[in-house]
Ligand binder design. Structure first.
Ligand SMILES: Nc1ncnc2c1ncn2[C@@H]1O[C@H](COP(=O)(O)OP(=O)(O)O)[C@@H](O)[C@H]1O
Ligand SMILES: [Mg+2]
Length: 251
């Protein structure tokens, strides 16, 4: 579904991505790990169109996507969340979900807000989907709470919900469990599993916790200093000498 070939990206003299090639199959959960500064977020930024690559090719569902702007890539069904989620804090959880969908339909989100009371057919469909997703994410009881009042972990669940409103084929998640308390980490993992089962979406996840990786990923890629140093199942990766060494000696 996603194929990255010989990707290169430098910042000045720093090679953040050095000849990286990898694949994410349809209907799978793939992990991306590596020490701090190894190029993981840069890879997501290039794939999602936020940074320009220096060299290499990126294909999504068979089409070349490198060079396309972020909104075009998202429209093709490849969506992302950010390391720091930024849901509008003064809107409720449910409003945030609906706003995500409206945004996708190319409407001006601000005019949409002023027309809150205007109910359209697409809005009924969106409302139904929003409530189903909030149920899956165990956020339904919080639907009328302000996003700004949620805990860090609940905000991450909400950002997952917001991106799912767009019905993406593949979701890039950058450290979804960072700063999330252990109870919510379990909730987040379960939510990702349920979303995958319900809707057959693919996930590509940057994650520090090997426990999280082992419990959800079919396959893992490892970056170190911008280079791919290993790939395999979570079990294989945990026993890989080069990987262990990178983590011991790395940043
Ligand atoms: N916009 C940028 N400008 C300059 N250097 C950057 C930029 N983004 C990332 N880098 C550098 O590229 C390297 C990889 O960063 P990053 O992809 O954020 O690593 P990771 O997500 O694996 O921790 C780091 O050395 C970082 O300082
Ligand atoms: Mg990062």
């Amino acid at each position: 579904m996603l194929s990255i070939r010989n990707l290169e990206k430098s910042f000045g003299s720093l090679k953040a991505l050095n000849n990286v090639s990898l694949e994410v199959e349809a209907d799978s959960i793939v992990g991306l790990i590596g020490p701090n500064g190894s190029g993981k977020t840069t890879l997501f930024n290039v794939v999602s169109g936020f940074y320009e690559k220096d060299a290499g090719e990126i294909y999504f569902k068979g089409d070349r996507i490198d060079g396309l702007p972020p909104n075009k890539i998202a429209q093709k069904g490849l969506c992302r969340t950010f390391q720091v989620s930024k849901a509008p804090e003064k809107l409720t959880v449910l409003e945030n979900m609906l706003l995500a969908a409206r945004h996708q339909q190319g409407e001006n989100p601000f005019s949409a807000l002023f027309l809150r009371s205007r109910v359209k057919e697409s809005e009924n469909a969106n409302l139904k989907r929003a409530l189903e997703l909030l149920d899956t994410l165990l956020l339904k009881d919080l639907r009328n709470a302000y996003a700004g009042d949620l805990s860090g972990g609940q905000k991450k669940l909400l950002s997952l919900g917001r991106v799912f409103m767009l019905k993406p084929d593949m979701i890039l998640l950058d450290e979804p469990t960072a700063g999330v308390n252990p109870t919510l980490v379990v909730q987040l993992i379960e939510a990702i599993k349920r979303l995958k089962e319900m809707e057959r979406r693919s996930f590509f996840i940057i994650e520090h916790s090997m426990k999280v990786i082992s419990s959800i990923c079919d396959k893992v890629y490892v970056l170190n200093f911008g280079q791919k140093i290993a790939e395999g199942t979570p079990e294989e990766i945990q026993q890989n000498e080069q990987v262990l060494e990178a983590y011991l000696t790395g940043a």
